[in-house]
Ligand binder design. Sequence first.
Ligand code: ZN
Length: 278
Amino acid sequence: MAADTSAVVDEAARRHDTWPTATAALGRLLTATAFLAADAKHGSVTVRLAGDGPLGGAVAVGEADGRLRGYVGEPHVDLPLNAAGKLDVGGAVGRQGFLYVTYQPERGRPYTGSVPLASGEVGDDVSEFLRRSAQRPAAVGVGVLVGPGGEVRAAGGLLVEVLPGALDELGADVEANLERIGSISRLVEAGAGPRELAAEALRGWSWRIEGEPLPLRFRCSCSRERVEAALLALGEDELRGMEAEGRAEVRCHFCNARYTFTREELARLAAQAAAAGG
Ligand code: ZN
């Protein structure tokens, strides 16, 4: 699988006002989540990075239809570049901790798998998850290029899995190709789309595209109705307290949308909660 997630990551960074290292961490996570969600084919996949770094964790949710949303614990993280001259995502995420992946099928119970973080660089961690939790030898490469002004210049990724029975030379060539590519985000910045990324990864072999392309977009599932339902669940007392304060603002973690409620609206919700509570 290959993806250009530039627009998704750009919107995520704007919504959450992330600083460069946090932008890269969130962007890589969104890109890897897009792969896992597309791969699951239905329902949704939630990927959570729980590391001990200054980022304070990160969460992304991908729907099988290409909708993505996500956030980081602390958006204002900008660390010095690492020894390789790249954004220090591993330093921001932290190297101690876990990666959790929760699959929510359309019907039925969710199930969660986890692995200890491999490096906190996201791509390695998701590769490790696929290898250990799903016994799938897959390489996940994800990258975000952040410009000098903090803007997202490009983002994208590749997930390459050599299926059982494939020739050994294929695996070796793909590995060498990925090594040669180096930075996926630089290729995307230079104009490569998913097709060109796949061609680079599979250079030397003939290949074709299976399945339909999936349009990816940053899209949250929150709405005023859902926020009202959550407020109603707080119960009458809590709502009367908020009414007394005069105004309430609810912020969606996933997309940073703000929902404000006036005193009159809070009074109406409190009355509704009272009626529902009997
Ligand atoms: Zn939202």
